[in-house]
Write a protein that binds this ligand. Structure first.
Ligand code: MN
Ligand code: MN
Length: 270
């Protein structure tokens, strides 16, 4: 009798742990997305003393913010088909409520009349799986001033091209930001970068990890002047990761082995 009870209690516990374990695994694998899988290019941290390299982690993307420039240093995000759906463009540009207390939070109106677009780093069209996800791309910490000719032509073309890669089954890790400074938007003292750069690491399929990156992994890197009359095509602006590292002082793909970084960061996509 006594042995029987111990047996059933033991069996019950075993089943509980097994089912619980599978449940936990399925929940975490569904929600755990590592936008920084390739590394944190500027060693940003969420310490409020880090005023010009402040790490902000959101479900939709991760960024480093500069409170003196009032723009992101870089924004990093994963893109695969699970992010794409039919949510409408929310268009609700707004101050980021997650900035530390006392920091100036850029408003939509700070760009009004500046002659510059509110340029998304993580594009609205990369986050269409549901309305809340799309809305997150309109936080002003994901935005920097871009000329219309940059934002609506070259930059937009490359964004659209990256989504065609996703439709072919690829998974992308993308990092984008601005480099240099032309001037500032007077009202909000917002830094206007001299150029906008982007690095796209193309993984053959979804679910691969850093260790799957080899010297044959495709990388698309561009540096686009934040100027007028740039044409439509992004290919004239192709460059290497090495060049963008030199330009920004950041170390991209730092989670990839140094040998493979060496091999792929000097290449220019064709
Ligand atoms: Mn845009
Ligand atoms: Mn690197």
């Amino acid at each position: 009798m006594k042995k029987n009870l111990t047996f059933w209690l033991g069996l019950g516990l075993a089943i509980f742990l097994l089912v619980g374990g599978f449940w936990l695994q399925s929940v975490t694998s569904q929600t755990r997305v590592d936008h920084l899988m390739l590394g944190n290019p500027s060693n940003a941290s969420s310490d409020v003393a880090n005023v010009d390299n402040y790490l902000m982690t959101k479900p939709e993307y991760v960024l480093s913010y500069s409170s003196s420039k009032r723009i992101p240093n870089w924004v990093s995000w994963q893109l695969n088909s699970s992010w794409l759906g039919d949510a409408d463009r929310a268009n609700n540009f707004r101050p980021d409520p997650d900035l530390p207390k006392g920091w100036f939070a850029v408003r939509q109106s700070d760009y009004t009349g500046s002659g510059y677009d509110r340029g998304h780093m993580t594009p609205s069209a990369d986050r269409t799986k549901d309305p809340d996800t799309n809305s997150a791309t309109f936080l002003m910490t994901n935005i920097l001033p871009q000329t219309a000719d940059n934002n609506r032509k070259v930059w937009e073309r490359l964004e659209a091209y990256s989504r065609t890669l996703v439709k072919q089954g690829k998974e992308l890790y993308i990092i984008a930001g601005g480099a240099g400074q032309k001037e500032v938007i007077k009202t909000g003292k917002i830094s206007i970068p001299a150029s906008t750069w982007k690095i796209i690491v193309v993984m053959d399929k979804t679910g691969l990890s850093v260790s799957d990156i080899s010297d044959r992994t495709r990388i698309i890197a561009v540096n686009v002047p934040n100027e007028k009359d740039l044409g439509e095509d992004w290919k004239p602006y192709l460059t290497s990761v090495d060049k963008i590292e030199k330009l920004t002082g950041y170390d991209f793909l730092s989670n990839v082995s140094t040998e493979i970084q060496k091999a792929i960061e000097s290449k220019v996509d064709k």
